[in-house]
Design a protein around this ligand. Sequence first.
Ligand code: MG
Length: 244
Amino acid sequence: MKFNSTLLFLFISVCLFSQTKDPKDTEVWEPEPRVVTSKVTGAAPSDAIVLFDGSNLNAWQSTKVKEGPAEWTLIDGDAVQVKPGTGDIMTRQAFGDVQLHLEFKTPEAIEGDGQGRGNSGVFFQGRYEVQILDSYENRTYSNGQAGAVYKQHLPLVNASRPPGTWQTYDIIFKAPTFNKDGIKTSPGYVTVLHNGVLIQNHVEIYGTVEYIGLPKNKAHGDDFIKLQDHGNLIQYRNIWVREL
Ligand code: MG
């Protein structure tokens, strides 16, 4: 028995030694990551799906009229502005895991306060909101301020720029999964950089964002990305997504 275990020890040692002797043993060559070009930071990389480049809202539709056009207002061939009362707009394409970039601007003329000032939001799969709000010197509940996963996670810091200034969100969204019985088998996660500052670090999404009550977890598949009409004149520009 002792003899056998000594042999085994020697065998493992030789294996370990031989594995670590050559640096090539731990090199991975296949698969090779494909080339993606990205010339300007913030501009859509070569493999992105452009959702809005200023020219039209063809990638979007109304949430009020089935397959109807998005009725928000195009501004100077560059931006799109919420048209209060026309409702949220959503992508025509459904998405699962994505990297999303968007730029937004809250109104320069300050009106209202708290949740009533510069409120909009980006919803992944139509359910999971990363809050957009004018949170520059505008106190509200922390898990409802800009960059919050609404009522679930407050942002790590407040990276908001003054109203009337363009700001960026870069968001990595991992969709939840459900089994055939409709039971959630893995939660969703989200990471958010606000103006290049990390404010959500791979936080777990507990379920749908709810104004009142607890998150819900009804099974679903890929679904649209939605921008919120909360009655404030938020502008958006340069929106693109990469499927992961
Ligand atoms: Mg909102």
